[in-house]
Each structure stands twice: as structure tokens, then as C-alpha cells.
Design a protein around this ligand. Structure first.
Ligand code: GLC
Length: 602
């Protein structure tokens, strides 16, 4: 019955998409080819597709499937057709993959490895996924002894970022280029959940390379990319962060390799614009922050982060800045670039001012008047001082501060979220003073945030009734486990970039030393449990690729700090002007905060 319900929906969706294109471009006869969508046993697959350009601003680029094995992939990446019909290609690919896989097992079981870095590199290479003979990504976890892989055998967009950076820093650009171009092809995929489609421009959370029988020839097979936009993910969460990470990685690729031809391609420019249009679309929002549902980022299940979570805002700001650098200056994009600039200014004012918390600000909130009705309200969001949690009164150091996890009407989520804070430093969303204060806080709360393994995903954990209500009694997110205060080694690379940017690499070096004591011995777990990160996570996957890649990136950057520039955003003078004039032009902007210092001004 379930399949019966799903199939007509898929057919409907494809027909609808096709007719949309037929209407727009007057093309009628290539229905199946446009989306290259095939429905087999209720599953949709993505075939290799070749772009056809219609040109002109606002016109969407669509793809045409090539009904030949791997040909689209070759053309997409190299711009030329290659040997399309080599029947032994797939066998070769598998052999290549198997060899590398076995090589890694042999290396470790028989010979052992020389250093931690060598071991990490072998493991990272063993996690590489090939599509049509070319490296295209890395799987999330690669533990041969684990029979319960769930979707950890897929290439996750967010998980690939540290892998991609590690390869870039090593001068191996091909895999990153392939990843960028192939995931771009997945972006325009028509995806549905119970007949509903999210906006075009959404990037998948993950994808898998599948081998399927070739159409009309049962004796042959072909490889297809099978994306998951959240429609199969636990909780059906929307991967809002994927497109943002994609833009960030695209810029890093260009900066590191010097190859700007990828970001200059028309399809890539269109991909950037589609992500931006989705994020900048008008809605009901009163705030410049991006409104999302729970679980839309690294924390991809219910943890009470719906609304305007910091992690998404930091990645959003970063992606806007990166896109601004890469978008071709053309007349047709003027409106989009204007909207982008306005959003950057509004977002930075909002986050720097209203998300920031330190001893002074906490004391200010403690003395807030409530129920203020006026443009001049000090307590704009009507925060009741009783919301200040007792743990924070003790925990907030005299020196230091951080950006809170979320802000909504009458609600501040005071939890400390590591990724959002670190990325706010990296992309310059936090001011210089705030950035130093965040690192001061990490140093002064070392035993809470770093403890036995860097770094806690958030602090503190939700416990008791709060855990029951907020997580829905999630047994994986019990206190100090997984997303609920667990420790994630992958965060080491973001910590390192942030420390290098602020010229305080010694903090990251200290954290790396702690990780090195046990991460390899513990088989590179996904996360650790307990307040002090003493146990390997209850359900943590071993040989988790982004734990391995995160460590490698941290080491590579410590050895060559200037390479962190491929990820960092610095204060843009032009933007600073827009920012200052926006403040002076808006009389309400001057009343943002009463107090001795306007902390949002750099
Ligand atoms: C878990 C994590 C998510 C990650 C995925 C694959 O679902 O919460 O952030 O992308 O595993 O590693």
C-alpha cells in the first residue's frame, strides 16, 4: 500500500516538472530526458546528465540525461566526451576500490602504520567513493566490522567538507572538483516528500553511487547517483546547511587550486544563485536570520534548535560572503547582489548585537524590564529575566563571552554551540573583540568544552524533563551523548581555523595533542559520551571519515597556517561602508543598544 501511495506521486511530479519546462522554453519532446528520472521498484535514481543552457537571467538551467553509462559524468567534469562504452570500466573501478580497501586493511592488520598522520591518510583514501571511475567523495564511515551502516555508507555533503579541504591542502584537487560538479547536478533534482517538493536550489544531505541494470539491457549495468534530500533521512529533516557548505567549499577550491574556471562556469554560477534565491526569498520573518526547522544542520535530529539556530546563521553569513566574491558582476544579477549585501549587513548587526552574551550583557538581561511597547524598547524580544538558566550564572567567566544558540520572541537558547561560534569567528560574523572573547571562554572552560576529547558539540546537555520535552525522549540524544553534549573530534578542524585566524594557534595545538592521545587507539569514533568525554559514544560509528579528515586538516593547517585563508573571511572595506551608512541612515539603528559601547561596530 505504501508503494502504491508513492508511485503516482513520483509520476505526477515528473510530469509537472516537464510541463513547466515545456511551457518555459517551448520544448516538448524530451520528457524523460530532461530529468533523467527513472523509477525502479519505487526508487528514483539520478542519471548522468548533460547541461543544456538556455541563457539569460532568471532562466533555470536544466539537464538532459545521456542514456549512456558515465558519459555525462565525463563530459561534466572534463568538458569532453571520452571512452563511453568500455565494458570493462565498471569492473576496473570496482577493482580499484577493492584494492584500496584491502590495501588499507592489509596495511593496518599486517604492517601497521608509521605515524598517526599516515594512518589517517590511508583511512581517508580508503573512504573514497568512485563514480564512473573518478573519485567523487568520501563515505561517512568506513568500519568493515559494522553491519549496521544505516546511511553512513553515503557521501554526506557536510561530512565531505573536511575531506575536501584535506585533499585541497595536499594538492589533490580532482576529487573536490568532481564533488562540486556532481553535487551541483543533484541540486536541480525534483524531490518530493508525500507529494510536496521543497524549493529548487536545495542541495541533498547525502548521495550514494548505485549500480543498476542498464535500461533495456538486463545483462549490463550502469552507475547512478541517488541523492537523499531528507526524504529518507531520520525525521525527514531538510539539509539547509548543504548548499551553504557547497558554496564555502567551492570558494576554497578556487582559492587553493587557483582554478577559477569552475566557479566561473554558467551552471556553477546558476547553482550559486539558486541557493541564494532560496535563502533570500521573502517570507514572514521579522529577523534577518534564516528561519529553519529543527535538525537542519550538523545536529540533524530534534534538539530544540528550530527557529534561528546559530550554526545556520554562521554558515549563511559565510556562504553569502563567499558567493559575493564569486558571483560574476553582471547586470542581470544586480538585484540579487543588492539583496545579498543588505542581508549581510542586517545579519551581522543582528547577531553581533542580540546573540552576544558576556558578564555585562547577562547582567543587563537580569535587570531587563519586560512588556515594553515602543520602537525604543531595550528588551526588544521581551526576554523574561527568569529565563537566565542557573547553570549560566555560575558558568559565565568574567573574561570571555559567546554567541547564544538561538533567539526567538521571548526566548533565548543560552546553550553554547561550538560550530556556530567557531564559524562566526572564521567568517567574521563575530567582531574581533567577540572572536577573542569566544576563544577566551573556550580556554577558561577547557574542562567542560574540551575535556578528554575536543570538542563538545554544545554545552550543557539537556537533562530530565527538559530532555524529555525537547528531544521527544530521544534515546540516542541522552545527556552528554551524541548531539546532546557529546564530544565530536571532527570539530577540531573548525577550532584550528578559528584559532589561526585570531593568531592563537597554541589553543588548537593543545587540543590536537589531547585528541592524539586516543583517537587512533579508539578507532576514530564519530563522537564521545559523558561530561568529560571519557567513553566512546554509545552508538558512535568507528572510522568516521570526518573525524579522520578533521584531524588531518587541523594538522595540515598548524603546519601551514596561511593556508587557512582559503576558509577565512576578513572584514571587507566595501561592506563596512554599506554597514556604517545603513546604521546612520536608520534612526532606529542608532537605538540598537543602550550602554557604553556598541559592540556590533568593528
Ligand atoms: C549524523 C550526524 C550528521 C552527519 C551524519 C553522517 O547524522 O548528526 O551531522 O552528517 O551523521 O556522518
Amino acid at each position: 500500500m505504501a508503494a502504491f501511495g508513492v508511485v503516482p506521486c513520483q509520476i505526477y511530479t515528473n510530469l509537472r516538472s516537464t510541463s513547466l519546462i515545456s511551457f518555459k522554453y517551448g520544448v516538448k519532446s524530451e520528457k524523460q530526458e530532461y530529468y533523467g528520472s527513472i523509477l525502479r521498484n519505487g526508487q528514483r535514481f539520478f542519471r548522468n546528465r548533460l547541461n543544456i543552457y538556455f541563457g539569460g537571467e532568471g532562466q533555470e538551467i536544466r539537464s538532459k540525461s545521456l542514456h549512456r553509462n558515465c558519459s555525462g559524468a565525463e563530459r561534466l567534469v572534463n568538458g569532453v566526451a571520452s571512452d563511453l562504452d568500455d565494458p570493462s570500466l565498471e569492473a576496473k573501478q570496482h577493482l580499484k576500490y577493492e584494492n584500496e580497501h584491502n590495501g588499507f586493511n592489509n596495511t593496518f592488520n599486517v604492517f601497521g602504520s608509521n605515524t598517526l598522520d599516515d594512518e589517517a591518510w590511508s583511512l581517508l583514501r580508503a573512504s573514497m567513493v568512485y563514480y564512473c571511475g573518478n573519485p567523487i567523495g568520501t563515505i561517512a564511515a568506513n568500519d568493515p566490522s559494522d553491519s549496521n551502516t544505516l546511511n553512513y555508507d553515503q557521501v554526506f555533503i557536510r561530512d565531505f567538507v573536511p575531506s575536501g579541504i584535506a585533499f585541497l591542502l595536499k594538492g589533490e584537487y580532482e576529487i573536490v572538483r568532481n564533488f562540486i560538479l556532481h553535487t551541483l547536478q543533484l541540486q536541480s533534482w525534483e524531490k518530493t516528500m508525500d507529494c510536496h517538493s521543497p524549493g529548487q536550489g536545495l542541495m541533498p544531505a547525502s548521495f550514494k553511487v548505485r549500480t543498476v541494470p542498464l535500461d533495456g539491457d538486463d545483462s549490463a549495468t550502469e552507475e547512478v547517483l541517488d541523492p537523499d534530500f531528507g526524504e529518507a533521512a531520520i525525521g525527514r529533516v531538510a539539509p539547509v546547511d548543504s548548499g551553504l557548505w557547497w558554496i564555502i567549499l567551492l570558494r576554497a577550491y578556487g582559492k587553493c587550486s587557483g582554478d577559477l574556471s569552475v566557479q566561473e562556469r554558467i551552471d556553477v554560477q546558476t547553482g550559486i544563485k539558486m541557493i541564494l534565491k532560496l535563502c533570500l526569498a521573502d517570507g514572514f520573518d521579522m529577523f534577518p536570520t534564516l528561519l529553519v526547522t529543527d535538525g537542519s544542520c550538523m545536529i540533524d535530529r530534534r534538539m530544540g534548535i528550530h527557529g534561528h539556530p546559530l550554526e545556520i546563521q554562521s554558515l549563511f553569513y559565510s556562504a553569502l560572503l563567499c558567493a559575493r566574491e564569486m558571483l560574476a558582476p553582471e547586470e542581470a544579477s544586480a538585484d540579487l547582489i543588492r539583496a545579498l549585501n543588505n542581508r549581510l549587513v542586517a545579519l551581522s548587526i543582528h547577531i553581533r548585537e542580540y546573540y552576544w552574551i558576556d558578564m555585562n550583557k547577562l547582567n543587563e538581561i537580569y535587570r531587563y524590564k519586560t512588556e515594553e511597547y515602543s520602537f525604543d524598547a531595550v528588551n526588544k524580544f521581551n526576554i523574561y529575566p527568569d529565563q537566565i538558566p542557573p547553570w549560566l550564572v555560575e558558568w559565565m567567566p568574567n573574561k570571555g563571552g559567546y554567541l547564544i544558540g538561538n533567539l526567538q520572541p521571548a526566548h533565548m537558547d543560552f546553550r553554547f554551540f561550538s560550530l556556530g561560534n567557531l564559524w562566526a569567528i572564521i567568517c567574521n560574523l563575530a567582531t574581533t573583540d567577540q572572536s577573542h572573547a569566544i576563544l577566551d571562554l573556550i580556554e577558561s572552560k577547557w574542562s567542560d568544552l574540551v575535556a578528554g576529547m575536543p570538542l563538545k558539540i554544545c554545552y550543557p546537555a539537556l537533562e530530565g524533563q527538559e530532555w524529555r520535552i525537547i528531544t521527544g525522549s530521544d534515546p540516542k540524544n541522552t545527556p552528554w551523548s551524541y548531539h546532546n553534549g557529546g564530544s565530536w573530534p571532527t570539530l577540531l578542524w573548525q577550532l584550528t581555523v578559528a584559532c589561526i585566524k585570531m593568531n592563537r594557534p597554541e589553543i588548537a595545538e593543545k587540543a590536537i595533542k589531547i585528541a592524539e592521545k586516543r583517537i587512533a587507539k579508539d578507532k576514530w569514533p564519530e563522537y564521545y559520551d559523558t561530561k568529560g568525554a571519557r567513553f566512546i559514544g554509545k552508538q558512535a560509528h568507528l572510522y568516521q571519515t570526518w573525524s579522520i579528515a578533521g584531524y588531518l586538516v587541523a594538522k595540515l593547517l598548524i603546519a601551514n597556517p596561511s593556508a587557512a585563508n582559503i576558509l577565512v573571511n576578513i572584514q571587507d572595506a566595501e561592506l563596512l561602508n554599506v554597514f556604517s551608512s545603513a546604521l546612520s541612515a536608520n534612526p532606529r539603528g542608532k537605538r540598537l543598544r543602550k550602554g557604553p559601547k556598541q559592540s556590533f561596530i568593528i
